[in-house]
Design a binder for this molecule. Structure first.
Ligand SMILES: [Zn+2]
Length: 238
Protein backbone atom coordinates (compact mmCIF):
# COMPACT_ATOMS: atom_id res chain seq x y z
CA UNK A 1 0.00 0.00 0.00
CA UNK A 2 1.28 3.45 -0.86
CA UNK A 3 2.24 5.58 2.13
CA UNK A 4 -0.26 8.37 2.85
CA UNK A 5 1.47 11.76 2.77
CA UNK A 6 0.00 14.80 4.56
CA UNK A 7 -0.18 16.54 1.17
CA UNK A 8 -1.99 15.74 -2.07
CA UNK A 9 -2.40 17.34 -5.48
CA UNK A 10 -5.64 18.75 -6.77
CA UNK A 11 -6.65 20.26 -10.12
CA UNK A 12 -7.73 23.76 -11.00
CA UNK A 13 -8.13 25.75 -14.23
CA UNK A 14 -5.66 28.59 -14.64
CA UNK A 15 -7.77 31.69 -15.43
CA UNK A 16 -4.88 33.33 -17.30
CA UNK A 17 -3.71 30.61 -19.74
CA UNK A 18 -6.68 28.16 -19.42
CA UNK A 19 -4.39 25.20 -18.66
CA UNK A 20 -5.60 22.50 -16.29
CA UNK A 21 -2.99 22.64 -13.57
CA UNK A 22 -2.22 20.89 -10.31
CA UNK A 23 -1.45 22.42 -6.93
CA UNK A 24 -0.69 20.86 -3.58
CA UNK A 25 -2.95 20.93 -0.54
CA UNK A 26 -2.57 19.66 3.02
CA UNK A 27 -4.91 17.08 4.55
CA UNK A 28 -6.49 19.01 7.41
CA UNK A 29 -6.92 15.78 9.39
CA UNK A 30 -3.14 15.42 9.54
CA UNK A 31 -2.49 18.74 11.30
CA UNK A 32 -3.41 20.58 14.49
CA UNK A 33 -3.33 24.33 15.15
CA UNK A 34 -1.25 24.77 18.31
CA UNK A 35 -1.31 28.55 18.75
CA UNK A 36 -1.39 31.90 16.96
CA UNK A 37 0.64 35.06 17.53
CA UNK A 38 -1.24 38.33 18.11
CA UNK A 39 -0.92 39.12 14.38
CA UNK A 40 -2.52 35.71 13.63
CA UNK A 41 0.71 33.93 12.59
CA UNK A 42 -0.22 30.24 13.06
CA UNK A 43 1.82 27.37 14.49
CA UNK A 44 0.90 23.79 13.65
CA UNK A 45 1.70 20.32 14.73
CA UNK A 46 2.50 18.47 11.50
CA UNK A 47 2.90 20.08 8.10
CA UNK A 48 2.24 23.86 7.95
CA UNK A 49 -0.63 24.51 5.47
CA UNK A 50 0.44 28.16 5.21
CA UNK A 51 3.40 27.04 3.05
CA UNK A 52 0.91 25.87 0.40
CA UNK A 53 -1.34 28.96 0.22
CA UNK A 54 0.62 30.50 -2.68
CA UNK A 55 -0.60 28.81 -5.87
CA UNK A 56 1.51 29.17 -9.02
CA UNK A 57 0.58 28.12 -12.54
CA UNK A 58 3.59 26.14 -13.87
CA UNK A 59 2.62 26.99 -17.47
CA UNK A 60 2.28 30.79 -17.46
CA UNK A 61 3.67 31.94 -14.10
CA UNK A 62 0.43 33.43 -12.82
CA UNK A 63 0.26 33.15 -9.04
CA UNK A 64 -2.18 34.13 -6.30
CA UNK A 65 -3.33 33.25 -2.81
CA UNK A 66 -5.31 30.02 -2.98
CA UNK A 67 -8.53 31.79 -1.91
CA UNK A 68 -8.37 34.34 -4.74
CA UNK A 69 -6.71 32.34 -7.55
CA UNK A 70 -9.75 32.53 -9.80
CA UNK A 71 -10.83 36.08 -9.03
CA UNK A 72 -8.86 37.97 -11.65
CA UNK A 73 -10.32 40.46 -14.13
CA UNK A 74 -9.59 41.04 -17.81
CA UNK A 75 -7.23 43.94 -17.20
CA UNK A 76 -5.24 41.95 -14.62
CA UNK A 77 -4.99 38.93 -16.95
CA UNK A 78 -3.58 41.13 -19.71
CA UNK A 79 -1.00 42.57 -17.28
CA UNK A 80 0.10 39.06 -16.20
CA UNK A 81 0.49 37.89 -19.82
CA UNK A 82 2.55 40.96 -20.60
CA UNK A 83 4.64 41.28 -17.42
CA UNK A 84 5.00 37.66 -16.19
CA UNK A 85 4.27 35.05 -18.89
CA UNK A 86 6.61 36.58 -21.46
CA UNK A 87 9.55 36.06 -19.11
CA UNK A 88 8.33 32.83 -17.46
CA UNK A 89 10.42 29.65 -17.53
CA UNK A 90 8.07 26.71 -16.96
CA UNK A 91 8.55 25.06 -13.59
CA UNK A 92 6.55 23.14 -11.04
CA UNK A 93 5.57 24.13 -7.50
CA UNK A 94 3.73 20.95 -6.49
CA UNK A 95 4.79 18.51 -3.80
CA UNK A 96 6.32 19.05 -0.39
CA UNK A 97 7.41 22.65 0.36
CA UNK A 98 10.25 23.79 2.58
CA UNK A 99 10.20 27.34 4.00
CA UNK A 100 12.52 28.34 1.14
CA UNK A 101 10.20 26.91 -1.51
CA UNK A 102 7.22 28.58 0.21
CA UNK A 103 9.08 31.92 0.24
CA UNK A 104 9.85 31.55 -3.46
CA UNK A 105 6.18 30.88 -4.24
CA UNK A 106 4.91 33.75 -2.06
CA UNK A 107 7.40 36.20 -3.59
CA UNK A 108 6.19 35.19 -7.05
CA UNK A 109 2.63 35.90 -5.93
CA UNK A 110 3.74 39.29 -4.62
CA UNK A 111 5.38 40.05 -7.99
CA UNK A 112 2.14 39.01 -9.77
CA UNK A 113 0.03 41.25 -7.51
CA UNK A 114 2.34 44.23 -7.94
CA UNK A 115 2.46 43.77 -11.73
CA UNK A 116 -1.33 43.48 -12.02
CA UNK A 117 -1.89 46.46 -9.68
CA UNK A 118 -3.96 44.32 -7.30
CA UNK A 119 -5.90 45.79 -4.35
CA UNK A 120 -3.65 46.86 -1.46
CA UNK A 121 -5.43 44.52 0.96
CA UNK A 122 -4.38 41.53 -1.15
CA UNK A 123 -0.77 42.78 -1.36
CA UNK A 124 -0.75 43.33 2.42
CA UNK A 125 -2.04 39.79 3.06
CA UNK A 126 0.83 38.28 1.07
CA UNK A 127 3.46 40.58 2.67
CA UNK A 128 2.23 39.53 6.13
CA UNK A 129 2.57 35.85 5.23
CA UNK A 130 6.10 36.41 3.89
CA UNK A 131 6.94 38.12 7.21
CA UNK A 132 5.61 35.06 9.08
CA UNK A 133 7.76 32.72 6.97
CA UNK A 134 10.81 34.79 7.96
CA UNK A 135 9.64 34.66 11.60
CA UNK A 136 9.57 30.83 11.47
CA UNK A 137 13.18 31.06 10.25
CA UNK A 138 14.17 33.56 13.01
CA UNK A 139 15.21 36.08 10.36
CA UNK A 140 14.02 39.21 12.18
CA UNK A 141 15.54 41.68 9.72
CA UNK A 142 13.54 40.35 6.76
CA UNK A 143 10.51 39.81 8.98
CA UNK A 144 10.48 43.52 9.88
CA UNK A 145 10.97 44.53 6.26
CA UNK A 146 7.84 42.62 5.21
CA UNK A 147 5.85 43.70 8.29
CA UNK A 148 6.57 47.29 7.16
CA UNK A 149 5.29 46.50 3.65
CA UNK A 150 2.21 44.80 5.11
CA UNK A 151 1.50 47.78 7.40
CA UNK A 152 1.81 50.34 4.62
CA UNK A 153 -0.52 48.36 2.35
CA UNK A 154 -3.10 47.72 5.10
CA UNK A 155 -3.12 51.47 5.86
CA UNK A 156 -3.67 52.25 2.16
CA UNK A 157 -6.38 49.56 1.99
CA UNK A 158 -8.16 51.04 5.02
CA UNK A 159 -8.19 54.46 3.41
CA UNK A 160 -9.01 53.45 -0.17
CA UNK A 161 -10.87 50.16 -0.37
CA UNK A 162 -14.42 49.04 0.28
CA UNK A 163 -13.64 46.38 2.90
CA UNK A 164 -17.24 45.16 3.09
CA UNK A 165 -16.63 43.20 -0.15
CA UNK A 166 -16.77 39.45 0.38
CA UNK A 167 -13.42 37.72 0.64
CA UNK A 168 -11.64 40.83 1.93
CA UNK A 169 -10.38 41.49 5.42
CA UNK A 170 -13.18 43.33 7.29
CA UNK A 171 -12.60 46.91 8.45
CA UNK A 172 -12.40 45.93 12.15
CA UNK A 173 -9.76 43.24 11.65
CA UNK A 174 -7.94 45.68 9.38
CA UNK A 175 -7.88 48.34 12.14
CA UNK A 176 -6.70 45.71 14.62
CA UNK A 177 -3.92 44.43 12.40
CA UNK A 178 -2.70 47.98 11.69
CA UNK A 179 -2.52 48.64 15.45
CA UNK A 180 -0.78 45.32 16.02
CA UNK A 181 1.79 45.83 13.25
CA UNK A 182 2.56 49.36 14.52
CA UNK A 183 3.21 47.80 17.94
CA UNK A 184 5.53 45.16 16.49
CA UNK A 185 7.44 47.89 14.67
CA UNK A 186 7.79 49.91 17.92
CA UNK A 187 5.52 52.71 16.68
CA UNK A 188 3.69 52.82 19.99
CA UNK A 189 1.84 56.14 19.66
CA UNK A 190 0.50 55.10 16.25
CA UNK A 191 -0.44 51.71 17.63
CA UNK A 192 -2.54 53.25 20.43
CA UNK A 193 -4.15 55.61 17.91
CA UNK A 194 -5.29 52.73 15.65
CA UNK A 195 -6.44 50.47 18.48
CA UNK A 196 -8.38 53.42 19.92
CA UNK A 197 -10.23 53.86 16.63
CA UNK A 198 -11.37 50.26 16.94
CA UNK A 199 -12.45 50.80 20.54
CA UNK A 200 -14.42 53.90 19.50
CA UNK A 201 -16.24 51.90 16.82
CA UNK A 202 -17.02 49.25 19.42
CA UNK A 203 -18.81 51.91 21.49
CA UNK A 204 -21.19 52.49 18.56
CA UNK A 205 -24.14 50.05 18.61
CA UNK A 206 -24.18 50.07 14.81
CA UNK A 207 -20.72 48.48 14.73
CA UNK A 208 -20.52 46.63 18.03
CA UNK A 209 -22.43 43.53 16.89
CA UNK A 210 -20.13 43.10 13.91
CA UNK A 211 -16.88 43.23 15.91
CA UNK A 212 -15.58 39.90 17.24
CA UNK A 213 -15.30 40.52 21.00
CA UNK A 214 -12.09 38.48 21.23
CA UNK A 215 -10.52 41.05 18.93
CA UNK A 216 -11.57 43.81 21.34
CA UNK A 217 -10.17 41.97 24.36
CA UNK A 218 -6.85 41.45 22.63
CA UNK A 219 -6.77 45.11 21.50
CA UNK A 220 -7.32 46.28 25.11
CA UNK A 221 -4.59 43.90 26.37
CA UNK A 222 -2.16 45.16 23.75
CA UNK A 223 -2.85 48.83 24.60
CA UNK A 224 -2.14 48.03 28.24
CA UNK A 225 1.09 46.26 27.27
CA UNK A 226 2.21 49.33 25.33
CA UNK A 227 1.36 51.67 28.23
CA UNK A 228 3.29 49.45 30.68
CA UNK A 229 6.20 49.30 28.28
CA UNK A 230 6.25 53.10 27.79
CA UNK A 231 6.00 53.71 31.54
CA UNK A 232 8.91 51.34 32.18
CA UNK A 233 10.99 53.00 29.46
CA UNK A 234 10.29 56.44 30.97
CA UNK A 235 11.34 55.27 34.42
CA UNK A 236 14.60 53.95 33.01
CA UNK A 237 15.50 57.33 31.51
CA UNK A 238 14.67 59.21 34.73
ZN1 LIG B 1 -1.50 29.65 -16.36
Amino acid sequence: MAEITPWYNTRIDCPVCDSKIEYTKIRYKSIKLLKQDTDFCPYYEGENPLFYEAVICPECGYGAHVTSFQSINKYEKARIREMITKRWKKRSFTGHRTIEKALEAFKLVLLNLTDMEAPKSEIAKICLRIAWLYRYRNDSENERKFLEHALKNYMDAYGQEDLSTEGKIDEYTCLFIIGELCKRLNRYDDSIKWFSRLIMLNADPQHKDKIPQRLMETARDLIQEIKDHMAAAKEETN
